[in-house]
Design a protein around this ligand. Sequence first.
Ligand code: DC
Length: 223
Amino acid sequence: MIIAIDGPSGAGKSTVAKEVAVKLGFSCLDTGAMYRSVAWQAVQLGVALDDDAELGRVAREYDIEFGHDEGEPLPKRVFIGGTEVTSAIRTAEIDKAVSPVSAAPSVREALVDQQRRIGNAGDYVVEGRDIGTTVFPNAEVKVFLTASFEERARRRVAQNAERGVGSTDFEEVLADLRRRDEADSSRATSPLKPAEDAVMLDSTGLTQQQVVERICDLAQQAR
Ligand code: DC
């Protein structure tokens, strides 16, 4: 079974997706981490962020892997080309670089292929922007998770503070969320939009537990 969770930055997709996966005994795939990893690699190589062909080459040639820590139910570590980038992909620099990289059609083509291969190997919660619309249009459960801008910015600041990486300035984070929403929604390839058959879930004012339970209920009904 595939549970697709789409939505904008800071809606809580990653946290919720992981919780749902643990509850249901599924694996979990964070596709944003894949775009971030390609962005990081492109920056290291000095690839121009508007060079579709070169960015596509990076996405095809550098393997992305997720690593488990012992005793952890889900992978927490991310590697590209054998280098660990778990923290390096969460910086403000990569927050910016990932928008043009994720808009590059050749990058999307390469990563969507990999995402399908990974997800088709078992029961997965897959989270991103285009999972229900493009990557797994036949997903048994599709959720579009949103929250107000302010709520999303508050959560992102808390997450950055906890990770010790990325901005903890509310106004800066809010401005970045607005910029990324605009970029994600207006790009030509796989813009951020809910699948027609997605369940819309606004998490403003809901606890994480309530959101997780709602999605687990949907999975139960789809079985
Ligand atoms: O979820 P996130 O903030 O880690 O995602 C990082 C960026 O990657 C985000 O700005 C949009 C892009 N992205 C995408 O275009 N498609 C996906 N399936 C996942 C992320």
